[in-house]
Design a protein around this ligand. Structure first.
Ligand SMILES: [Zn+2]
Length: 162
């Protein structure tokens, strides 16, 4: 496995996912029809840098409500994860979850949820990421979106580097 790199459309900022994170997430790809959506949070040492390195991921947790087309995290377990990560210097910078589709596109709810997280962090975050893993491709197709506080509350699709 190797890292994956995603650029903002202006190529001034980028996001790197480490091996550890992609292995964690790939393990939950919905390759079979009976597999349910999974998700959690992604973390970085820095929160506001041009090059964001995602080096930890948490979830899913046992108390999550998971369906083939839905994922609702156990909020208490997710909060516990975030506190533990924070204690080791890691900051939540986004969410991840799986979709049972080849090229994952965010639902209205996905977008709303991401914006709610960004809002909840107030001045502590300028953006919040939503990573969605599809069920086809080798490595599995993945899309990343960024909810941005600045400018016009934009929702930006990142471009994967080859
Ligand atoms: Zn979704």
């Amino acid at each position: 496995m190797s890292n994956r790199l995603f650029f903002y459309p202006d190529y001034r900022r980028y996001v790197i996912l480490t091996d550890r994170v992609i292995d964690h997430i790939y393990a939950h790809a919905q390759r079979r029809f009976w597999q349910r959506e999974a998700g959690g949070e992604i973390y970085s040492v820095d929160t506001d840098t041009h090059g964001l390195v995602i080096s930890a991921a948490t979830g899913p947790n046992k108390g999550d409500h998971r369906g083939r087309y839905s994922y609702n995290p156990d909020i208490e377990a997710a909060t516990k994860d975030r506190v533990l990560q924070f204690a080791s210097g890691m900051h939540a910078v986004g969410l991840w979850h799986t979709h049972p589709e080849s090229w994952p596109t965010p639902s209205q709810k996905d977008r709303r949820t991401t914006e709610e997280y960004l809002e909840a962090f107030r001045e502590d975050r300028h953006r919040y990421l939503m990573l969605i893993l599809g069920n086809r491709g080798a490595p599995p197709n993945m899309t990343i979106w960024s909810a941005e506080r600045e400018v016009t509350n934009e929702w930006i699709k990142l471009i994967e580097g080859k």
